[in-house]
Ligand binder design. Structure first.
Ligand code: ADP
Ligand code: MG
Ligand code: MG
Length: 485
């Protein structure tokens, strides 16, 4: 089934023509900022390379693409409601804090700031919901299954737009593309992901109400994916006249202050309107107490956080699993049609705790590990345990340690053929694509006030069939764009 789901693709092109397509793609990428820094950091920062991309857009069923887009505002609202439900957060997170220091530190900040009183009720969510395709047995049509919902540091919004433009350019510039009937410009959907993220930040900045304040991007040193972020800075400056400063958590700890009266966050003598995290999602980014103190400082402040710690906590994989329990999602999504559509995008998700369901899931995972993936409460790629690796890990964990993981059905997407371009080399093979839809959400001062709830464009990432993980930054996947069929 899955071998023949996609039509014959990509077009059959001679090696010579492939080389010239490759050169066109590299030159276009370098000319248009579809770039990353090289793997080895060079101290004067003067070297760049083209981003890893697919040479051709990948076929993706139009109906499922449209379904993913339509689900996005519902997911945005759902996660906003979860972030405001402290009883829910406590119930889901407390068990994990016993064995997971990272979640424990976040939760402590959450509790402390809740107790002190939240001084900034406005929230900014810049999310990305990720999906894989699945073709059920005996079915001819595919549907989408959600891999995860990201509430922090959703990256590649700028490079994703540029990759779509690269494919549009190659289609216009060469005749080679035309040898496939599928490759038509109206099958390449428009993508506003390059402008939607800055638009959300600019709106939050405006709501903050101090035109001279700056936006602070929380970053890591030596970020290879810096240009994806730079495009956000340029848009904010050029189209909105908003200045951005880039700071690491360590710098924020050393240089940041709270105004004792207004609780404004002040750094370099500037007030911060929006704190936008492109770091802060993994333990390695918090090596010392300094970084955690910086997190607390930010959370206590009046700046609008993207995300707030409550948004970060509800982005945990454990939350995804709890939502899948019958009746939980339905508590937050009262329209039964919406709830049904959201639920239809859930893969099988199971706890690994001491409940009867958890014990049953442990048996499933030990008995037939090839059907499952085990996930800790982590972001950024490279953390999951797949299929036959599960038993040896799972059997060593105590019940309490086990509870900080979830188990998920391994989604088996249909395979397609494509050619990817990384570090100047072409690699042809059977691939799998993961679709991400960006979501922009701003919650207002009142509990139920919604100021913005929008779709923010898309990202397609493509990887070789044998690769478990999907991240581009981690070297597993390339940036792609959908060719709707
Ligand atoms: P992270 O937050 O680290 O990105 P993900 O849940 O997205 O964690 O998992 C990383 C990658 O692993 C995904 O991009 C996807 O390629 C793969 N993956 C995750 N869950 C599944 C699943 N249920 N079935 C198949 N592949 C999965
Ligand atoms: Mg992911
Ligand atoms: Mg993630």
């Amino acid at each position: 089934m899955s071998e023949t789901f996609f039509p014959k693709y990509p077009p059959n092109i001679s090696d010579e023509n492939l080389q010239s397509l490759k050169n066109l793609a590299i030159d276009w990428s370098l000319s248009h900022g579809l770039i990353i820094r090289p793997p080895t950091y060079v101290s004067n920062n003067s070297f760049v390379m083209h981003a890893p991309v697919s040479l051709f857009p990948s076929p993706f069923p139009r109906k499922t693409y449209e379904e993913a887009i339509e689900l996005q505002p519902m997911f945005n609202l759902l996660f906003h409601k979860l972030s405001q439900d402290s009883e829910f957060i406590t119930q889901v997170v407390e068990e994990i804090t016993k064995v997971d220091d990272f979640v424990d530190n976040l939760y402590k900040i959450y509790l402390k700031v809740k107790e002190e009183g939240i001084v900034q009720p406005i929230s900014l969510g810049l999310h990305r919901s990720d999906y894989l395709l699945q073709v059920p047995p005996d079915a001819t049509e595919a549907n989408i299954l959600q891999v995860e919902f990201n509430t922090i540091s959703s990256s590649f919004s700028s490079l994703s737009y540029l990759t779509g433009e690269l494919h549009r350019y190659l289609l216009k510039a060469t005749e080679y593309y035309n040898s496939s009937e599928l490759l038509k410009s109206d099958s390449l959907p428009l993508n506003d992901s390059m402008t939607s993220i800055p638009k959300g930040i600019a709106k939050a900045h405006e709501l903050y109400g101090s035109p001279n304040a700056v936006v602070m991007m929380v970053v890591i040193d030596e970020e290879r994916n810096i240009f994806d972020q730079k495009w956000i800075e340029y848009d904010l400056l050029n189209n909105n006249n908003i200045h951005i400063i880039r700071k690491t958590l360590k710098e924020i700890n050393e240089q940041g202050k709270l105004d004792p009266n207004t609780k404004a966050l002040v750094i370099d003598d500037k007030e911060v309107s929006v704190t936008y995290f492109r770091s802060g999602y993994s333990p390695e980014q918090h090596p010392t107490k300094k970084e955690w103190d910086a997190r607390l400082l930010i959370e206590r402040s009046k700046s609008i956080k993207c995300p707030s710690v409550s948004y970060q906590l509800v982005g945990a994989k454990k939350v995804q699993q709890v939502l899948a329990i019958p009746g939980v999602l339905e508590k937050y999504v009262t329209d039964p049609t919406d709830a049904k559509r959201l639920r239809a995008s859930f893969a099988g998700l199971y706890p690994l705790d001491s409940s009867p369901e958890g014990e049953a899931a442990v048996k499933l995972a030990l008995g037939n590990p090839e059907y499952y993936v085990m996930k800790p409460q982590r972001e950024g790629g490279g953390n999951n345990i797949y299929a036959n690796d599960i038993p040896s890990v799972l059997s060593k964990l105590s019940v309490s340690e086990r509870s900080s993981y979830i188990l998920m059905d391994l989604i088996q997407p249909p395979l397609m053929k494509n050619i990817i371009l990384r570090q100047g080399e072409l690699v042809e093979g059977e691939m799998i694509s993961e679709l991400g839809i960006y979501g922009i959400f701003i919650g207002g001062k009142g509990k139920d006030e919604v100021i913005i709830n929008e779709i923010g464009g898309h990202l397609l990432r493509t990887k070789g069939r044998k690769t478990n993980e999907g991240g581009v930054a981690t070297g597993y996947a390339v940036i792609d764009s959908p060719l709707l069929i």
